[in-house]
Design a protein around this ligand. Sequence first.
Ligand code: ZN
Length: 491
Amino acid sequence: MTKTLKTRLATILIAGSILFFSSITLFPSGNATEELYDVVVLNGRVMDPESNLDAVRNLGIRRGKIQTITTKPIKGRAVVDAKGLVVAPGFIDLHVHDMDDEHHRAQAMDGVTTALELEIGTADIDQWYAEREGKTLINYGASIGHVPVRMVVMKDPGTFVPSGDAARRPATEVEIAEIKRLIELGLKRGAVAVGFGINYTAAASHGEIIEMFRVASKFRASCHVHMRYPGVKEPMNAVAAFEEVVAAAAITGAPLHVVHITSMAFDDTPRVLEMVREARSRGMDITTECYPYTAGMTRLDSAIFDGDWQGQLGIDYQDLQWVATGERLTAESFARYRKEGGMVALHSMKPEIVRRAIADPLTMIASDGILKDGKGHPRAAGTYSRILGYYVRETKTLTLMDALRKITLMPAQRLEGRVPTMKNKGRLRPGSDADLTIFDAERVTDKATYSEPGRYSEGIKFVLLNGVAVVRDGQLQVGVNPGRAVRAPIQ
Ligand SMILES: [Zn+2]
């Protein structure tokens, strides 16, 4: 067959498939289809933090990938009119908990296309991914978690974080070996990273933590760490806690990612950020994140409230808010609810400290979101719109491009050493995944509050995953599950 004939035949076949199977999006590329895209996004302000492109462009999508970004007119079978809107890479959240459909919907309405549970993680990677395959609105992924693995090995009765032995008893050598084995297994099965909540496993020795970093290093997996101590009070404070994990990273070579730095270091946040900067300047692979809120949230029955927590955290009963009812606690209700177990908000951070952390070029933004049956922390549903609305537009803490860098490119880069597919996320260029968040920069606003944490953000107009809309004209789409696994190669 001659080349011309082949091309003609292909043209006829493709024309036929468009005619009769117009819902099919997968068809071979060829000259005849060059000009017809599956989806085109027209006349938007395209902002890409990798190339620093910030200009009105048309964007053509085919087979779930960005094919072209151009000033020329282009045509597609579906058209998104993005005039007056910002077209950005889909937002990537490195720190999410308890992901289910309710949470995913709230995150999609906040512009998130990829939500990853990297801090606590899971004890069983295969099961975690199998439960979600083909069933999720947005992309998903998890770490193998030191916390849940330790809970399994030490038979802890806690849910989410330990409430028994895994929190309060040093592991035996046999148990440490078993925890290591399960973490290694998780990494072989494609865990994105290794998660740590040392503050929740307070009896884990420094030696145990080093052992886990050794395993992570072998697999080039970043360690996403909730550090051992919060607060500013010497000698057991966030500065010392940071020294522990920097030492573990330096000794083992494992990449380190310190989670929610503001809710660990409080007023010492600028000091710890300076330590991150200095360690990086000496060639260490260390990154960090924060969320745009002044209250933290955790379980009241966790080890964080063992001992002198008031002295350690610099807060008292009235700074604790019981999530189920919204009430502030007293010594009496603290004792009662701690026995019962449940989530509590800790009003512990100064607005100026949070603002400085967000403004720092080092920090990524990650939600640490928790949302279940409408209860939780507003950061689950509001983090990204709060950055774009309150911190970019209203207080000018960040430029829009710098904000986008912290929520798209930087999280993708954090993971791409271990998860090569992340090289196709967090940026807009031909060949990258068509995960897009298209929003009205003048109106984007978070609506979630401590009393109504599930309220959707406003101003996010379109959210596309692999070219499929999950938000269209500001409305959540039902019956679509285009989310895909973000997973490291399985060995
Ligand atoms: Zn945490």
